[in-house]
Design a protein around this ligand. Structure first.
Ligand SMILES: [Zn+2]
Ligand SMILES: [Zn+2]
Length: 98
């Protein structure tokens, strides 16, 4: 887990490493299949609980967790320190640095 700027959320959030993400992804799939588990937020509670346990961050939107994966982001920008949006990005969307 690592705190990084998420350009989708426009917040510094804890992003999951590959090991943590694999477990989150597994839980997400389980919650998706659990169509009798109550409301949408109740169904995804196990995933939200897991994310909070790993990161100490109380997330309420299951879908946000699914893009909080370190491997989806690029290296930090030399200019502003925010990560590039993707590992292949050629410029920084936050400050325009190339
Ligand atoms: Zn985000
Ligand atoms: Zn930048």
């Amino acid at each position: 887990m690592e705190y990084l700027w998420c350009w989708r959320c426009k917040l510094e959030v804890p992003l999951l490493d590959e090991e943590e993400y694999a477990e989150a992804h597994r839980l997400y799939g389980e919650c998706m299949r659990n169509i009798t588990g109550g409301t949408l937020s109740e169904r995804f509670q196990p995933l939200l609980d897991y994310y909070e346990k790993v990161t100490g961050y109380k997330e309420t939107v299951a879908n946000a967790i699914m893009h909080h994966r370190i491997a989806q982001y690029g290296p930090p920008c030399e200019n502003c320190g925010k990560p590039y949006r993707t590992p292949k990005a050629t410029f920084c969307a936050a400050c325009g640095n190339k």
